[in-house]
Design a protein around this ligand. Structure first.
Ligand SMILES: Cc1cc2nc3c(=O)[nH]c(=O)nc-3n(C[C@H](O)[C@H](O)[C@H](O)COP(=O)(O)OP(=O)(O)OC[C@H]3O[C@@H](n4cnc5c(N)ncnc54)[C@H](O)[C@@H]3O)c2cc1C
Length: 478
């Protein structure tokens, strides 16, 4: 059981820290409140102390202090966890918002970003040098949490997951050591942080592979009335038999303010010119959408497009869902009906959405499951239920609805002809799973046991325990 930080420990810690590291408590008023705020209001917890280090050595001191005193430790990257995994009730928070620097080398095409950077920091710095990398589709999410859990984005069709493009990192492990990790240095830890990284330390630096991005891209929304859902999904199924990794879409059910019914929006992306994009998505445009916002734009505008439906504040929960690679039209219609009925019955949830990500998975699946901890590489489509509401009394009920959809999707995949019974992959994407979503006891599929052994090596006291926690296993016990 990890402990809250005491007033005496806060004094002792303050003496050890460099003046560049701010250490705040509730007595610091608004600045403390700003630091404990999170993307979702329900993820806020009242830390005993919040530290804001600006150097790797200071992170090391903080981690060592938390280890020595068995403190409950939270690490905050972009603060987007809806399950409160970057917050602590009474413990110590290491807030990485003072460490957002990004350096880009055009020749090597390497992007070196500090652990508290947001995707906007990376996208903007990279495109200045004509480069782009796989990153989050909402550019105010943290690169920390997203990368350590695997990371998927609009460029995943072309280049795979974020961790497929992680070349090296610097990680402060539980005993305070600052370890460089790559294929050549501490390779076992490098393997573990690529997918299960939240469990192994504080990643203070990431080195990501960039790619030439000389052209603008085509992206935006294409909006349909719900009667178009079936032909639209059939069109996607046909398209994906002959897919182009430059193109991707997210099929979203949403109820924008003022709309009488839930609509179907396809957010499209094509890494090329408008004519090629229109040809690739011809099946969509032929279905007479009611609105089209998609257009050509500079690459670094791409990950701002979904920001308006992902603003900070209010109560929120993410629920990972998975559907079959060939999307079952009857099932997706059932999901639409469930969604539409729920937002109709409970208008406080009308800002909620359900999304299914459709991109070419060839590149992602070309990486063996054993290559790194990330194990969500099946031949199926990841999706997300993004729940949003305002009434705190509805927290459990609204989450339960999301979990019901989650369980239904899981069962539909298991019951499908496509499911091979393979337990090496994990069906749900770990970054969309929240504590309490008891859908699986093996979030890392076939990599679970190796991770447990590495957990014993790097964090035997389980200090890093908030996102998909791993129970340590002695190597000789297996
Ligand atoms: C609006 C929105 C859009 C999203 N879009 C995508 C997407 O396009 N692709 C995708 O793959 N996922 C996406 N996600 C899921 C996202 O990957 C996770 O929510 C992720 O945890 C967010 O990271 P964060 O740093 O912002 O969160 P935080 O709440 O700060 O952290 C989440 C977890 O990561 C840990 N953590 C964060 N930074 C570090 C670090 N440097 N070192 C060690 N531990 C760290 C925290 O301790 C915590 O356990 C999205 C989520 C939201 C809310």
């Amino acid at each position: 059981m990890r402990q809250p930080i005491t007033a005496q420990q806060i004094k002792e810690l303050a003496v050890q820290l460099d003046p560049s590291t701010r250490l705040l408590t509730a007595a610091d008023g608004d600045e403390y409140e700003r630091l404990i705020a999170r993307w979702a209001d329900n993820a806020v917890k009242r830390a005993g102390a919040v530290s804001v280090p600006v150097s790797y050595e200071e992170v090391s001191k903080l981690v060592k202090f938390a280890s020595d005193n068995k403190l409950d430790l939270a690490v905050r990257g972009g603060g987007h966890s809806t399950g409160g995994t970057s917050s602590t009730e009474g413990g110590l928070t290491i807030d990485l918002s003072g460490m957002r620097a990004v350096k880009v080398d055009k020749d090597s095409k390497l992007i070196v970003a500090q652990g508290g950077a947001l995707w906007e920091d990376v996208d903007n710095a990279a495109i200045e040098k004509g480069l782009a990398t796989v990153g989050g589709t909402v550019n105010h999410t943290g690169i920390g949490g997203l990368t350590l859990g695997g990371g998927m984005g609009w460029l995943s069709g072309l280049y795979g997951t974020v961790v497929d493009n992680l070349v090296a990192a610097k990680v402060v492990v539980a005993d305070g050591r600052i370890l460089s990790v790559s294929e050549n240095e501490n390779a076992d830890l490098f393997w573990a942080i690529r997918g299960a990284g939240h469990n192994f330390g504080v990643a203070v630096e990431f080195t990501l592979r960039g790619y030439d991005q000389p052209n603008e891209i085509y992206a935006g929304g294409v909006v349909f009335t719900p009667d178009k859902l079936v032909p639209l999904v059939e069109g996607f199924n046909t398209r994906m038999k002959n897919s182009d990794p430059k193109g991707a879409g997210i099929l979203i059910f949403a109820k924008p303010p003022g709309m009488p019914v839930a609509v179907v929006v396809v957010n499209v992306f094509y890494n090329g010119d408008e004519a090629a994009a229109r040809e690739y998505f011809k099946f969509l445009f032929d279905l007479q959408p009611v609105a089209i916002t998609a257009k050509m734009m500079p690459y670094n505008h791409l990950n701002t497009l979904l920001n308006p439906m992902a603003t900070h504040g209010r109560r929120k929960a993410l629920k990972a869902v998975t559907v079959t690679d060939h999307i079952d039209v009857a099932f997706v219609q059932e999901l639409y009906n469930d969604y539409a009925q729920q937002v109709e019955k409970n208008p406080d949830m009308s800002a909620s959405f359900l999304g299914i990500e459709i991109h070419d998975t060839t590149k992602m699946q070309s990486v063996p499951l054993e290559a790194m901890a990330f194990s969500n590489r099946g031949s199926y489509r990841p999706g997300i239920v993004g729940l949003e509401w305002t009434d705190p009394l509805m927290d459990e009920e609204n989450r339960a609805w999301g979990r019901m959809i989650q369980a239904k999707c899981r069962q539909a995949v298991i019951d499908s002809k496509e499911f091979s019974g393979d337990t090496k992959t994990s069906l749900e994407y770990a970054n969309y799973v929240e504590p309490g979503d008891l859908i699986t006891d093996k979030p890392f599929g076939g990599n679970q046991q190796r991770l447990a052994i590495l957990k014993h090596k790097y964090d035997p006291d389980v200090m890093f325990n908030k996102t998909s926690p791993i129970t340590p296993l002695r190597a000789e016990a297996n």
